[in-house]
Design a protein around this ligand. Structure first.
Ligand SMILES: Nc1ncnc2c1ncn2[C@@H]1O[C@H](COP(=O)(O)OP(=O)(O)OP(=O)(O)O)[C@@H](O)[C@H]1O
Length: 295
């Protein structure tokens, strides 16, 4: 029997409610006259809620009173000009800012109603439930198999070799990489192409049963074909995970996300359905950004 990785408690010793029920309704994709594609949001439960989040690096404030609800089983894009705080906010969700000595976070980030900043939350367990994919693919200097098997092994998610192999196979399948690597599982992950490495890293995140996957400009180091493959993958994964993506590409945000949040100078200016944000922004700063007047 394969253990259900999502059964990992967020707080050591206290089980918490896990993913919300799959209430996704498959909605038709709207294709506009331009190249943009909007996959409209359907009614999803809130997975992540940020309340009055402020972040300082030393004396410098990087985020100001950010409040946002992020739905489960869908893709939310963070957009905004360089330095506006998108990555800083993304890192609040799995407490990666803890690893930056000068960073100080206040306010609450709740996942399923539980504040991730409580002292009782184990950040290692939190990060297995809130996986992260970075700009540059960062496979471990190990084999393809070991890259994916490492997390389930250290979290004790498989009771034997066969279970571990099954987790590796299903994670690579979900990441759309299995067919390309099935016959070379014991070769180094670093030998794959950039796009394949990024899918390997996504498989590694999936292997520990996350509910949320954070992606910080996951395609910025990839060519257009590898980018298209990752975007397709994101679209497939949104039926199973809450995905939050930081992107500099408004076309990418329009293609892959159902909700978009626009940041400017450390403030969340507005958020809403991706279609509304791109066709009918409420704030003039959003309008200026999406029409290329600054950024
Ligand atoms: N480790 C750090 N130490 C000090 N300041 C930081 C650190 N990381 C980010 N900052 C500052 O915080 C602000 C927000 O940066 P952040 O990287 O979150 O913005 P961003 O919108 O993700 O930018 P980009 O699109 O260029 O990646 C910037 O002024 C940045 O210089």
């Amino acid at each position: 029997m394969i253990l259900n990785p999502s059964a990992l408690p967020l707080v050591q010793g206290h089980a918490m409610t896990t993913a919300s029920p799959d209430d996704s309704v498959s909605a038709p994709v709207i294709k506009t006259a331009s190249t943009q594609t909007y996959a409209p949001a359907s009614t999803h439960e809130i997975k992540i809620r940020a309340k009055d989040v402020n972040v300082f690096y030393g004396d410098k404030q990087a985020l100001f009173d950010v409040n946002i609800d992020i739905p489960g089983k869908s893709v939310t894009a963070f957009i905004g000009p360089s330095g506006c705080g998108k990555s800083t906010f993304l890192r609040c969700i799995n407490r990666m800012n803890d690893t930056i000595p000068t960073a100080k976070v206040s306010g609450a980030i709740e996942i399923d109603g539980n504040d991730v900043n409580l002292k009782s939350v184990d950040p290692v367990i939190l990060r297995s439930r809130v996986g992260m994919v970075f700009q540059k693919p960062n496979p471990f200097p190990k084999t393809i198999f070991e890259n994916v098997a490492y997390g389930p092994r250290i979290h004790g998610l498989a009771s034997g070799k066969a279970e571990l192999e099954a987790i590796v196979e299903s994670s690579l399948k979900k990441a759309g990489l299995w067919n390309e690597v099935a016959d070379r599982l014991h070769q180094p992950g670093t030998g794959l192409s950039g796009g394949q490495q990024q899918r390997l890293v996504i498989a590694r995140a999936i292997a520990v049963g996350p509910e949320v996957i954070l992606m910080d400009e996951p395609c910025s180091a990839l060519d257009p074909i590898a980018t298209a493959r990752i975007e397709e993958l994101i679209d497939e994964l949104r039926n199973q995970f809450c995905i939050v993506i930081v992107t500099h590409s408004m076309a990418q945000a329009a293609r892959v996300s159902q909700k978009t949040a626009f940041f400017h100078l450390g403030k969340l200016v507005e958020s809403g359905s991706t279609e509304d944000m791109f066709t009918n922004p409420r704030d003039s700063r959003t309008q200026d950004y999406i029409t290329g007047r600054f950024g």
